[in-house]
Design a protein around this ligand. Structure first.
Ligand code: 3PG
Length: 306
């Protein structure tokens, strides 16, 4: 069996060592395609692969067509918007993610970016503190929960809204559960996004929502760039000099944001949320174990396609 790790943004070496230990033990052959720059390289590498471990790598119908032996793709991470699930199902390929495995890393980065934002990007001027500020967590999944846990240590007042998570689950953590996304944006000076990119959420963070935020608003995005309506975010930031946007996923209009909103806009040069040794190890090894479980015993617990 050939297990391909296809990562444009590579794992830490310790994670690869851990993945290899799992695949060696199972008697599988591990092959690496890291830092590839052309789709052709991916198409060639998948030709004889039985399983693929990916991160944010795009796996579309063309990739499935090129991968004649493919049985399973595991996205080592949470969001699987980069995989064409319909094409996978048509090709008879199982797709899984590894939920929760990199959540703490993303949450720690979210808090780090929050501090960076309220301290004016460490530009030598006087900033503000997070303590006592109202933090709104949009979607209370694995990352949202970790953000709440860490933000408690900062003494923030924490609110959350999640259309799919019962209020009791949220409130059990000492977090106030609100009734809608609108209410969250209306209530909180700092809003941290933890929603996946779906047909429903794409472009959903729009002018109407953003304009509800209280004075000295800060929007934090460690989720996906697609959930933001960039033109409408630019509009609100033009109208409100008190509005900050800090993100781990560089917007398409990065140059315009950087030119217009110096000092209150920041984007990491490359998505860094899950880029820790620990998250790479957790997600990478989980992916390898899920592949072995699936190929050897048909276990498909984290399957995300039908
Ligand atoms: C995820 O969905 O797991 C995160 O966005 C991390 O993505 P990455 O593996 O590309 O860093």
């Amino acid at each position: 069996m050939k297990i391909l790790v296809a990562t444009e943004k590579p794992f830490a070496k310790v994670a690869i060592d851990g993945i290899k230990a799992v695949t060696d033990k199972a008697g599988y052959n591990l092959v690496l395609l890291e830092k590839y720059t052309e789709k052709k390289q991916l198409l060639d590498a998948v030709a004889d692969a039985d399983a693929i471990i990916i991160r944010s790598d795009i796996i579309d119908a063309e990739v499935f067509a090129a991968a004649k032996n493919l049985k399973i793709v595991v996205r080592a991470g949470a969001g699987y918007d980069n995989v064409d699930l319909e094409a996978a199902t048509k090709a008879g390929v199982c797709v899984m993610n590894t939920p929760g495995q990199n959540a703490n890393a993303v949450a720690e980065l979210a808090l780090g970016l929050m501090v960076y934002g309220v301290r004016n990007l460490y530009n030598g001027t006087s900033g503000t503190e997070l303590m006592g500020k109202k933090l709104g967590i949009l979607a209370y999944g694995n990352v949202g929960r970790n953000v709440a846990r860490i933000a408690k240590g900062f003494g923030m007042e924490i609110y959350a809204y999640d259309a799919y998570c019962p209020k009791e689950v949220i409130e059990k953590d000492g977090v106030k559960a609100l009734n809608s996304t609108e209410e969250l944006f209306e209530t909180c000076q700092v809003v941290s996004l933890h929603i996946p990119a779906t047909a429903e959420t794409k472009n959903s963070i729009n002018y109407n929502l953003l304009s509800k935020m209280p004075k000295n608003a800060m929007l934090l995005n460690t989720a996906r760039k697609e959930v933001i309506n960039e033109a409408e975010l630019i509009k609100i930031m033009e109208e409100r000099a008190d509005f900050r946007y800090i993100t781990d996923i560089m917007p398409v209009a990065n140059d315009e944001f950087a030119a217009k909103f110096a000092g209150r806009y920041f984007a990491t040069p490359k998505k860094m949320g899950a880029q820790t040794a620990e998250a790479n190890i957790n997600a990478g090894i989980a992916a390898a174990n899920q592949i072995v479980g699936f190929l050897n015993d048909g276990i498909d617990k984290f399957r995300v396609n039908k």
